[in-house]
Write a protein that binds this ligand. Structure first.
Ligand code: SAH
Length: 470
């Protein structure tokens, strides 16, 4: 076997942020992308990839910490993949996110841009998520030291209930306290774990696919809804009821409790049927005065307060007068269209997932929105000239695609449809920049504003207003 040589770059001064939460430095004329460091740090970098004009690595030794740094607030920082930017003050995070969006639009999109509007930061930078999914594993992730101790003592691996470690599919970091969701989120997770350990219930093994306890999904809403969905590998009625009853007794704030039997190899519940054990089986969320019903499988923006901000920006950019035909592409459960429905003549939503479309119709009904129609299917296939002709020529197209961005075919259709305005909501400014470049054939970006939906992570949302350039 060829021996791998370990290459270390010493005393590297990190100069700037790069995409995807990494930083960069220039070393001997080469750009080096570095994980685990922030601009201003002086570090030794272990190189994992080296190409002609760039390299990639991670910080292994710190000689000086950046004066920009602040103390991370979470005990799991550094190991957990969750909130990797805690060492940066929130103001600095926002600055980098804003800069990132501008750079992507300029460098990838080659766009002529208006001045950026200031990023919409979050008022709450902790406990902002309305959904967390924890995983059970019969082997907890241990750092090198703890692992060595365990080997020495010959103790068996401990079970864990927490988050996956990035890059290690079978190891789970046992989480004692997570700052991402309001209480009693921690109490729920810790209650389930303590009970399972005391009763000797088998935690799932992600390699051999044996065990019983698989996932714990907690969703809450700003109106007091609290949903717990426990995923189990197979039915064991007596053990299941005892565990669920225990949880209800210990955490009376739970408004609905479900369980899902998952005999599959993967964790996803989208093709499974959650069963309601207690309560209504769903919770309700409120954006302004609109109500949304959220089932165990419904998509809903994970930061409710920032979703309201985001949708407000979309509404502002759309500048509706009440007479417009509006399309809401990639509409999910219809929330953007419903949010805009009072200012538009009609809303046409398009969404791939059938259940989301059903939720969208129900949400429209619950909110007494009678001018919205929702269609199920691939936006690139559905949005043909015939479709637009039948549903009404668009005055405003809202598009909110997943990270991959829009299909080129859809971009072409939009160019042909010539809607006066397109509002492009993106969770990935890199693919947005690519799509905007294609659209720049006939559209100009007249406004754009980043939104921070996920404080302490590198994820960033951007809203752009495109206006037809005849
Ligand atoms: N606008 C919504 C959801 C945005 S998430 C909201 O704010 O809540 C992106 C949505 O695009 C998801 O609901 C996903 O199911 C849907 N989607 C993904 N690929 C699609 C496609 N090819 N055609 C239509 N919808 C798609």
């Amino acid at each position: 076997m060829r021996k791998k040589t370990v290459r270390i770059l010493e005393n590297v001064t990190v100069s700037d942020y790069a995409a995807e939460g990494r930083s960069l430095a220039r070393v001997d004329g080469k750009v080096c992308f570095i994980s685990g460091a922030v601009p201003g740090d002086v570090v030794d970098v272990r190189v994992v990839k080296s190409k002609k004009d760039w390299a990639e690595g991670y910080a292994v030794q710190f000689h000086a910490y950046s004066p920009q740094r602040t103390d991370p607030f979470c005990a799991h920082f550094g190991t957990c993949g969750g909130c990797k930017w805690q060492m940066l003050p929130y103001e600095a995070q926002l600055r980098y996110k804003q800069q990132q969006v501008e750079q992507h639009l300029q460098r990838i999109g080659h766009l002529t841009l208006p001045p950026a509007e200031p990023i919409c930061g979050a008022a709450e930078t902790v406990r902002y998520r309305n959904k967390l999914e924890f995983t059970f594993s019969d082997r907890a992730y241990l750092d090198a030291e703890a692992f060595a101790r365990q080997q020495e003592a010959g103790t068996p691996p401990a079970p864990a209930l927490g988050f996956h470690i990035p890059g290690l599919f079978d190891k789970v970091l046992d989480i004692a306290e997570c700052h991402l969701q309001e209480e009693p989120s921690n109490r729920i997770r810790n209650t389930v774990r303590a009970y399972a350990l005391a009763q000797g219930l088998p935690f799932y093994n992600l390699r051999t696919h044996e065990g019983w306890l698989r996932n714990l999904i907690i969703r809450n809403s700003t109106t007091g809804g609290l949903m717990v969905n426990l995923c189990l590998h197979h039915e064991d009625k007596a053990a299941r009821e005892a565990l669920l009853d225990h949880l209800l007794r210990e955490v009376p704030a739970i408004t609905t409790l479900l369980y899902t039997l998952n005999p599959k190899r993967n964790d996803s519940i989208f093709d499974l049927e959650p069963v309601t054990y207690y309560g209504e089986g769903y919770i309700r969320e409120q954006l302004e005065d609109f109500t949304f019903k959220i089932g165990p499988k419904s998509f809903f923006q994970t930061n409710t307060r920032q979703a309201e901000q985001l949708y407000g920006i979309v509404r502002d950019f759309a500048g509706l007068q009440g007479t417009e035909t509006v399309y809401d592409l990639y509409c999910g459960t219809g929330s953007i269209g419903i949010f805009l429905s009072r200012q538009a003549a009609r809303i046409t939503g398009v969404e791939l997932i059938g259940e989301a479309v059903r939720d969208a119709r129900e949400n429209a009904a619950v909110n007494k929105v009678s001018n919205a129609l929702f269609f199920e299917g691939d936006a690139a296939e559905i949005c043909t000239p015939d479709f637009f002709a039948a549903q009404g020529l668009p005055d405003v197209v809202i598009t909110d695609p997943p990270r991959a961005g829009m299909h080129e075919k859809l971009v072409r259709q939009l160019l042909e449809m010539q809607a006066p305005k397109v509002v492009y909501v993106s969770c990935n400014p890199a693919t947005q920049a690519r799509d905007l470049q294609l659209l720049s054939e006939r559209y100009r970006v007249s406004r754009y504003r980043p939104v921070d939906m996920f404080p302490h992570t590198h994820h960033i949302e951007n809203v752009a207003l495109l206006e037809w350039n005849p």
